[in-house]
Design a protein around this ligand. Structure first.
Ligand SMILES: [Zn+2]
Length: 115
């Protein structure tokens, strides 16, 4: 049954069958496109794996920074001394390390102090 509303209908009567060389060229083009698709798929998978690994490293770095910030806490002794100190640095140095301690200042300089 013919479909006369099809604009390609007239061409259907005059179109020649593809030659062997045309079919060979089309087959090669299909194989080339499949190879490009495989290559793009591998690149995409690699990029996704890299992004996931980077995300995991960022989460680990953030957890480490949070742990460091938890260690270095502002502390003030009861009494007349109004100076603030770093509880951790005081503990490990055996001295009086004023707040912010060098570690906290370094984190502040790099915008890493937790809210
Ligand atoms: Zn400290």
């Amino acid at each position: 049954m013919s479909d006369f509303s099809d604009p390609d209908f007239e061409d259907g009567w005059t179109r020649q069958p593809p030659t062997d060389s045309t079919m060979t060229a089309l087959s090669r083009e299909i194989e080339t496109l499949r190879a490009v698709c495989r290559s793009n798929k591998q690149a995409y998978i690699g990029a996704v794996k890299d992004a996931m690994a980077a995300d995991e490293r960022a989460k680990q770095a953030e957890a480490t920074l949070n742990a460091v910030c938890e260690l270095h806490q502002q502390y003030r002794f009861a009494g007349d001394d109004t100076t603030d100190y770093c509880a951790h640095c005081n503990q490990i140095s055996g001295g009086w390390i004023p707040w912010p301690c060098p570690t906290t200042r370094l984190l502040d300089q790099h915008g890493q102090t937790p809210a």
